[in-house]
Design a protein around this ligand. Structure first.
Ligand SMILES: [Fe+2]
Length: 301
């Protein structure tokens, strides 16, 4: 089935991650897709990213003279990633202040292609109820299946959803865990296709690890999910930390790809979020109010 590619102004004017900068070779053409449009990207010798509407002559892997490009997109480098916009962003990229704390390790954990819409990927990320069933013996375990009462709020300026007081029993919360514990979570949704999760640290009770999910909408029903970690962990290697995240996401991928419909229905009569999840209900309403239509099935007029 042909997926309709009409881009709404909200999605068009957002900043979207298209790649981790460390995965880009300088002065070499890389190609991807954003909101159904082919885009090319590279970086200069000094690491300045460059993104442009793909030219017919662009071949991935070919050398490119970046000074010759005249179809630039708006671009920024933030949190280790290249962010681009097809339109004219009205807001800056959201803040993750922890990223700048000098005792943290900021790691690009993975980029995973998933055949699902961006909002479905975000909604799954917000859902603690699937932990014991999908991430069995790692992020959850039976009989500890209850999602305890938590709070969900939308910021006064409506730019962000915040879920707090989320507690969940986890047999192995992170690569740094050595046993089961009740883990505290805070979820932020500061962007329709991005979420930032704060999770109590196994090493420092007063601070939290950060796991950010930046979902790049290739089109309405296909994404690349980029995962960034900002951790207090000093013991584990980058390789073991990445392997842990990749294991978790590898368990989510088939679940996500089996979702039907692939786009997220915003009409509460069409699909009651499973487990009547408060954060999912708030997220759907928030998307609806924003007027975002890309990757969702909007409420019929
Ligand atoms: Fe999951």
């Amino acid at each position: 089935m042909q997926v309709e590619q009409k881009i709404d102004p909200v999605a068009n004017n957002l900043w979207h991650v298209i790649s981790a900068l460390e995965e880009v070779k300088a002065n070499i053409i890389h190609k991807t897709q954003l909101l159904g449009k082919p885009v090319s990207f590279s970086k200069t010798d000094t690491g300045i990213p460059c993104v442009w509407h793909t030219n017919p002559t662009d071949v991935a892997g070919d050398a490119v003279d970046l000074t010759s490009i005249n179809t630039h997109l708006a671009v920024q480098y933030r949190y280790g990633y290249i962010w681009a916009s097809l339109g004219n962003p009205t807001e800056d990229i959201f803040q993750i202040p922890e990223y700048a704390e000098n005792d943290r390790r900021n790691i690009h954990a993975a980029t995973v292609g998933v055949h699902v819409s961006a909002p479905r990927a975000i909604e799954n990320f917000l859902d603690m109820g699937h932990f014991p069933y999908v991430h069995t013996n790692i992020l959850g375990i039976e009989p500890h299946t209850e999602v305890k009462e938590y709070d969900v709020n939308i910021s006064v300026d409506e730019t962000e959803i915040l879920a707090t007081r989320c507690l969940f029993y986890q047999p192995m919360a992170s690569a740094a865990s050595d046993g089961g514990s009740d883990v505290e979570y805070v979820y932020r949704v500061p962007h329709p296709y991005c979420s930032v999760l704060y999770k109590s640290s196994a090493l420092d009770e007063s601070r939290m690890d950060v796991i950010a999910l930046f979902v790049q909408p290739l089109d309405q029903e296909r994404v690349r999910a980029h995962m960034m970690l900002s951790l207090l962990d000093i013991d584990n290697t980058d390789i073991s930390i990445r392997a842990f995240q990749q294991t978790i996401f590898g368990q989510d991928k088939p679940i996500l790809e089996n979702q039907f419909p692939k786009r997220l229905p915003l009409d509460p009569r069409m699909e009651t979020p499973i487990r009547a999840d408060k954060s999912a209900i708030t997220y759907r309403r928030w998307l609806s109010k924003k007027g975002l239509t890309y990757g969702v099935i909007p409420v019929a007029a």
